[in-house]
Design a protein around this ligand. Structure first.
Ligand code: UGA
Length: 450
């Protein structure tokens, strides 16, 4: 059945590559399209331009089976596809909170005049509500047999393959039974496996993605707001999160307090959502998202202030070790990375910061060439007066005082992701500071455990 339906995936970014490789693994013939010829060449040679567990294997399996290939030609895509998935990026507009939909617009504008037969164009990119209705009008005008649907993607970096093959839900924003039937055919496998298939309007489909990311960001900022209160009131946000998370109405996920959210999605999506609501006259309804953003960004400044405190009031020429560059563990993505922002703030305060990350050094060097990097953890930690754990990679979370004590010049550590147990560090003479925990609360933990 799958062999009968041919798919194109427009845009070979994170989402596009994952979607293309996963759909090929489900048995569809897939043509990936990107205007970047060198990226297309690499993908056709089986080389991934991103770090994502399990994806390279799927890419190579699809290429090897002849079910997957990449091209720069939209004409080829128009002739090939029964279903065209739009997977281009929607970054934040320069100088504004709004989303830049120019890549999505260009994708449809290029494809539409080339379409010669009935097909379904399916948007997966995260767009401001109203975009799909606007694109549908233009598409129907250019090619009467072409129809538009919106099918947002909820995958997370680091678990993108599993999230695509077994999603929590599939949202089908459609305007006809025919579009719904085609999407049901595309997603027959996960739906048979129990994934809910929710049929809705184009607008609700667009909103569902923005609302989901807004909720996740709000949950993180909520616990980080509690962290701020814990810091001044002598509480411990980790224990607080455990207590809150035990209530099934709240749930434990996305309650990890710390340096907050970054990446190519949550920060720009909450800004774009609030900006779009304002355009529509509902700005007040999402005004709280500005506060969610502000709480999140404050954590970066607070982390730098803790380093200043541990350095004794001045960071001028102080050697600092920053562990982490990626916006989260399991990813090499440094877009809006809280870790890199902290390194930048500390550098601005005069510190000599050296950054180590197990996967994101190349991207970090490209994004912030002015910062200093070390290929090994020891290289970053040697001689440091302050160590900061900024991205909770398993290798960093497993660090013990025995690993770092022989390397550093002074025993000061900031656990900005709440990944370490304070007690052994304090027992080995380290000053341990964490977000969401006053210094005396950490000392009290030590006293309580003897
Ligand atoms: C996020 C959403 O989780 C996906 O559902 C969505 O599809 C995706 O954005 C997108 O719009 O494409 P992702 O950006 O890959 O996925 O990363 P998350 O796992 O959501 O983490 C986002 C940030 O929040 C990271 O910086 C992480 O360190 C931080 N975080 C997460 C916390 O600070 N605390 C938590 O409890 C959880």
């Amino acid at each position: 059945m799958n062999g009968a339906l041919r798919l194109t995936v427009l845009g070979a970014g994170y989402l596009g590559i994952t979607h293309a490789a996963c759909m090929a693994s489900l048995g569809f013939g897939v043509l990936g399209v990107d205007t970047d010829g060198s990226k297309v060449g690499k993908l056709n040679a089986g080389r991934l331009p991103i770090y994502e567990p399990g994806l390279a294997e799927l890419l190579r399996a699809g290429l090897g089976a002849g079910r997957l290939r990449f091209t720069t030609s939209y004409a080829e895509a128009a002739a090939f596809g029964d279903v065209h998935f739009i997977c281009t990026g929607t970054p934040q507009q320069a100088g504004s909170d709004r989303a830049d939909t120019s890549q999505v617009d260009a994708c449809v504008a290029t494809l539409a005049p080339l379409l010669r037969r009935p097909c379904l164009v399916v948007g997966k990119s995260t767009v401001p509500v109203g975009t799909a209705r606007r694109l549908a009008a233009g598409l129907g005008h250019a090619c009467p047999g072409a129809e538009l649907a919106w099918n947002p993607e909820f995958l997370r970096e680091g678990t993108a393959v599993a999230d695509t093959l077994s999603p929590d839900r599939i949202v089908a924003g459609v305007t006809s039974g025919r579009a719904e039937a085609i999407l049901r055919q595309v997603y027959a496998r996960p739906v048979a496996g129990g994934t809910p298939f929710i049929v809705t309007s184009l607008e609700t489909a667009e909103l569902s993605k923005a609302a989901a990311n807004a909720f996740l960001a709000t949950k993180i900022s909520f616990i980080n707001a509690m962290a701020e209160v814990c810091e001044v009131a002598g509480g411990d946000v980790r224990a607080l999160a455990r207590i809150l998370g035990a209530d099934p109405r709240i749930g434990p996920s996305f309650l990890r307090a710390g340096l907050g959210f970054g990446g190519g999605c949550l920060p720009k999506d909450i800004r774009a959502f609030a900006a779009r609501a304002s355009e529509l006259g509902a700005g007040q309804a999402l005004a709280f998202l500005r506060e969610v953003d502000a709480i999140n960004l404050r954590r970066r400044v607070r982390t730098a202030d803790l380093a200043l405190e541990l350095a004794g009031g001045s960071l001028a020429e102080v050697p600092v070790c920053a562990l982490g560059a990626a916006f989260k563990p399991g990813s090499d993505d440094v877009r809006d990375s809280p870790a890199l922002d902290v390194a930048q703030i500390l550098t601005g305060m005069g510190a000599r910061v050296t950054i180590h990350d197990p996967a994101a050094l190349r991207g970090a060097r490209r994004a912030r060439p002015e910062l200093a990097y070390a290929r090994t953890l020891a290289g970053a930690a040697r001689g440091a007066h302050v160590v900061l754990l900024l991205t909770e990679w398993p290798a960093f979370a497993a660090l013990t005082p025995g690993d770092l004590s022989p390397l550093v010049a002074r025993r000061n550590i900031i656990d900005a992701r709440g990944a370490l147990d304070p007690v052994p560090w304090q027992q080995h003479g380290w000053r341990y500071r964490a977000l969401g925990m006053a210094e005396d609360a950490a000392a009290a933990m030590r006293a309580a455990t003897g």
